[in-house]
Design a protein around this ligand. Structure first.
Ligand code: FES
Length: 184
């Protein structure tokens, strides 16, 4: 199945997954709206108690299951490409060669929102200063001098890919196995 379109109904993730503070009991106690597109920096700035509390905690808190976003079964990601399906959660899902990863929609230059290039869906652009990132997330046109920030990613025992939006990996950490999933 080509996964860059809409998810199949039976694979739809819960609306609560739009919230980075999804609690185990399914009830968010935060004061932010769910399902809205919100720039990550602004999201942090408005002070969601749930996320700020998690960031203030230990690294084990950053690994907390409560913060993970379920992006569906690994089998969905069978083709190379850049998906904007989860930009509402502030990340792209990228399959590049035999690796699948999530990359922040926040520009590594000065933090503006990024978009998949409508003229070339194999690259990502920043509309503010014109940086361009290739299909692997490497900056090919400045002023950005480093690649996209990747996020924590893993596959759970049900075979679903889970993204941790608060665990960040700059380009010099891209070899860390916690920020990609091997796809054969
Ligand atoms: S903020 Fe993206 S290139 Fe400057």
């Amino acid at each position: 199945m080509h996964y860059w379109g809409t998810m199949k109904t039976d694979e739809k993730h819960s609306p609560t997954h739009h919230c980075a503070c999804h609690h185990e009991d399914g009830q968010c106690q935060g004061n932010h709206e769910h399902g809205t597109t919100i720039n990550r920096r602004r999201f942090l700035a408005v002070g969601s108690g749930c996320v700020l509390g998690a960031l203030a905690g230990s690294s084990s808190a950053a690994d907390s299951k409560a913060q993970l976003v379920d992006i569906g079964a690994l089998s969905r990601f069978s083709e190379e490409g850049i998906s904007e399906e989860f930009t509402k959660d502030n990340f792209f899902v990228i399959r590049y060669q035999d690796r699948l990863f999530a990359a922040s929609t926040t520009c590594p230059h000065m933090g503006n929102p990024l978009q998949r290039d409508p003229q070339d869906v194999k690259r990502i652009t920043c509309g503010i200063h014109g940086s361009v990132f290739d299909g692997e997330g490497v900056a090919t046109v400045g002023p950005a001098s480093s690649g996209l920030i990747r996020l924590g990613i893993t596959v759970n025992k049900e075979g679903h890919v889970m993204v941790n939006p608060v665990k960040e990996f700059p380009q010099d950490k891209w070899t860390d196995k916690a920020c990609y999933v091997e796809v054969k």
